[in-house]
Design a binder for this molecule. Structure first.
Ligand code: ATP
Length: 460
């Protein structure tokens, strides 16, 4: 009698800017696995890794699946075929796929996942990891995708959210997406904060739909399965969709900024946070970006806040000595620019008193005094009372001890939205009775059509 095996499957880097999407490939693979009647042990994972690496296509996302099956070998063989068939290799994708057949994921796998979130990993590191740890792997191109594939299998959540991604029928790939704006706005009104980042009120803009030629129609992000499914039912469009799938994801968790960066060894493309005091006060550059520096352990770190974040105004209020925590990614030094931390959040921890010297004040007349000339003191314009020295006066600070995050439209997938501060999801078990995967009627018709075309191709 065959025994069941637990199989972890991870893959990444199957898409290009010209089309496809790793999550769509996951949708296709899940559709196949459902037909094979494997047992799903968790929702598919959509893991976003270090957003500051230079070669990501869009959001640096990888996918992992966890299943139980009595025919792991044929499943693995067929998934390799899916990767071959659906990857955009001609357009520069470097797909990586790993299988790990074991009940538990060792802790050093999670450590790899964490490194992929915050730093830059070399391809050879991933290849060594595969051979040292009994992973089975398959890759095309240079194998860059192995990093995300291993990282996704090993990812240990300390917090998660969910995203329902709906997919288009193949005949609509590349066409303009039409979504009724009012329905998205209403959906947000009805479901926020259980769904998030769906509509930008300020800019009157839909945030759920991508703009490229990929198969994704829209994605609803939220705190739990029910909320994203409910959110989806409220969004209206004239387009008939193929179906949808719900992912457990690290989006909206700010996970890449939870580690402290080593100021003595600030590595390019790493992500994390630094706590330090303002050294060079903020200066507005051409283009409206703001540059300042902080000091930590005698190391000066240059920081940049870009205009689209809409944090520039508030950052400009910082003065020398203010204690702040800044999170972001380290930009590599170039001929024209020094190494710099691109700021993704700012937390003000302690504000210095902003003192300025002013002419003394006559409390009898309730009037500011006037100078009598250089080194000759001051006198009240009304009662002529004399004062010898200028006095210190405190200027109220226009910034508070609190967290500041970029405006909604400048959010990255991993950015923790303001309403998620202090929120932690770690107790939502997998519930297979929820409709986390769905193919619509039009999706099924489309599928039959594809099978027909493929068989016809085979006959000719
Ligand atoms: P999409 O979001 O549309 O799926 P993408 O932005 O995820 O696309 P990919 O095409 O997957 O882009 O490219 C990202 C590549 O970077 C992958 O090959 C992945 O393995 C690799 N990668 C991810 N994290 C790191 C890291 N920390 N260091 C080095 N390489 C990484």
């Amino acid at each position: 009698m065959k025994t069941d095996s637990i199989l972890h499957i991870g893959f990444d880097d199957t898409d290009s800017r010209k089309g496809m999407c790793t999550t769509f490939l996951a949708y296709k693979i899940v559709e196949y696995l459902k037909k094979e009647q494997v047992k799903f042990l968790d929702y598919p994972y959509l893991i976003r890794f270090n957003p500051n690496i230079p070669w990501k296509t869009r959001g640096n996302g990888a996918v992992a699946l966890k299943i139980k099956t009595d025919k792991p070998e044929s499943i693995k063989k067929n998934i390799i075929e899916f990767i071959k068939k659906y990857s955009a290799i001609k357009d520069g994708a470097n797909p990586g796929l790993v299988f790990y057949q074991s009940e538990k994921i060792p802790s050093h796998f999670s450590e790899f996942g964490h490194r992929a979130l915050c730093s830059l990993i070399k391809r050879n590191n991933a290849k060594e990891f595969v051979s040292k740890n009994g992973l089975e792997s398959f890759y095309l191109g240079n194998g860059q995708g192995l990093i995300g594939a291993i990282g996704a299998v090993g990812y240990a959540f300390d917090d998660y959210t969910f995203e329902l991604i709906s997919y288009r029928n193949k005949s609509n790939f590349g066409k303009k997406r039409e979504i009724f704006k009012q329905s998205v706005k209403k959906m947000q009104d009805l479901t926020y904060p259980n769904t998030f980042n769906s509509f930008d009120e300020e800019k009157n803009r839909i945030l759920i739909a991508p703009h490229g030629p990929d198969p994704v129609f829209f994605g609803i992000r939220g705190e739990d399965i029910n909320s994203v499914i409910h959110g989806k039912s409220l969004v209206h469009s004239p387009e008939k969709l193929d179906g949808y799938m719900v992912f457990r994801t690290n989006q909206g968790t700010g996970a890449h900024l939870k580690n402290e960066l080593d100021v003595h060894n600030l590595k390019p493309f790493s992500s994390g946070y630094i706590t330090g005091r303002i050294f060079d006060v903020p200066k507005v550059e051409i283009g409206g970006h703001v540059i300042f520096s902080i000091i930590k352990d005698d190391q000066k770190i240059n920081c940049a806040v870009y205009k689209p974040t809409r944090l520039t105004k508030i950052v400009s209020k910082l003065i020398k000595g203010d204690l702040i925590k800044v999170g972001g990614g380290v930009r590599k030094a170039t001929k024209n620019h020094q190494r710099i931390l691109n700021v993704e959040f700012l937390q003000v921890l302690r504000l210095e008193k902003n003192m300025k010297t002013v002419n003394p004040f006559c409390h009898i007349c309730n009037k500011r005094t006037k100078s009598k000339g250089k080194n000759q003191g001051f006198e009240c314009v009304k009662c002529k009372k004399a004062f010898s020295n200028k006095i210190f006066e405190e200027i109220p600070r226009e910034i508070k001890c609190r967290l500041y995050v970029p405006t909604l439209s400048a959010h990255r997938h991993l950015t923790r939205p303001i309403q998620r501060i202090g929120k932690l999801n770690n107790k939502i078990e997998f519930d297979n009775s929820r409709k986390w995967f769905h193919i619509s009627k039009s999706g099924l018709v489309n599928q039959k059509l594809e099978i027909k075309i493929n068989t016809r191709k085979l006959k000719h």
